[in-house]
Design a protein around this ligand. Structure first.
Ligand SMILES: CSCCC(=O)C(=O)COP(=O)(O)O
Ligand SMILES: [Mg+2]
Length: 241
């Protein structure tokens, strides 16, 4: 393991990506996504006409341009989006609903790297706020941390942002929205991600940035030009206060 550190970062808040940052890319790609993919057809057959999911239905119909799209066609569309790993809000909403069953019956857990709870607790103790920003839906993010393989980590987090509340992760305006929502100046927020385009967007909004690249990640050890660590305990983060 490398011991390359990043920082110092004097900040009021840290915002963390999930996939590839606090949890393993392989877990998302090889466990979570297939779990939902295998159940998409059944989910749409069961729930397509459910009034509680009218928003999902409307968004998928809008995206396809077919106001009469039925359950079977919707399942095919969702399957295509999943196969392409497209970060679309309705796919993320359906995945979250399917995963919720797996978390509830104990067949799914959110993967969290071993140092994460301790580092979050240290930042909490130092008065640094801790938020999550993922393409995964808010419900999926909450479930990930509430049902992590290291226990319920919800108390270590102050809030969650996703595509519906912040916008796309490669758009600087999304980071401006989050900063406004948490009441922080961009320069006082540190964003952690495994994707350089996301860090570039955060930097364009004036945020501090650090890449996280876990050991064995096939994408290599650098995340663009951003200072990069392979474990959160190598970040030197202090409070501005
Ligand atoms: C618990 S969210 C599951 C991960 C997911 O759906 C996803 O698309 C990963 O996106 P991220 O922004 O966390 O890299
Ligand atoms: Mg990620």
């Amino acid at each position: 393991m490398s011991a390359v550190t990043a920082g110092p970062f004097a900040v009021d808040a840290v915002v963390l990506d999930i996939e590839g940052t606090v949890g393993s890319l392989a877990h998302v790609q090889e466990v979570l996504f297939p779990y939902a993919r295998e159940r998409l057809a059944h989910w749409t057959a069961e729930h397509w006409d459910d009034p509680r999911h009218a928003g999902i239905r409307r968004e998928i119909r809008e995206a396809t341009g077919d106001p009469a799209l039925g359950a079977a066609a919707a399942a095919a569309v969702l399957g295509d989006w999943s196969d392409q790993d497209l970060k679309t809000a309705p796919l993320k909403a359906v995945q979250a609903l399917i995963w919720a069953d797996g978390y509830a019956d104990g067949s799914l857990h959110g993967h969290v790297y071993p140092e994460v709870p301790g580092v979050l607790a240290d930042w909490q103790q130092a008065g640094i706020a801790r938020y999550v920003y993922s393409s995964g839906a808010l419900a999926a993010q909450r479930d990930w941390f509430a049902h992590s393989d290291l226990g319920d980590l919800s108390a270590l987090l102050d809030g969650y942002f996703d595509l519906t509340t912040a916008g796309g992760k490669r758009e600087p305006d999304s980071y401006r929205r989050i900063a406004a929502a948490v009441g922080a100046e961009g320069r006082s927020v540190l964003f952690l991600s495994d994707v350089d385009a996301e860090l570039d967007a955060a930097a364009a909004a004036g945020w501090r940035t650090a890449g996280v690249r876990r050991a064995g990640d096939p994408r290599g050890t650098a995340v663009g030009a951003h200072p990069t660590v392979d474990s959160l305990h190598l970040l030197r983060v202090t409070s501005t206060r």
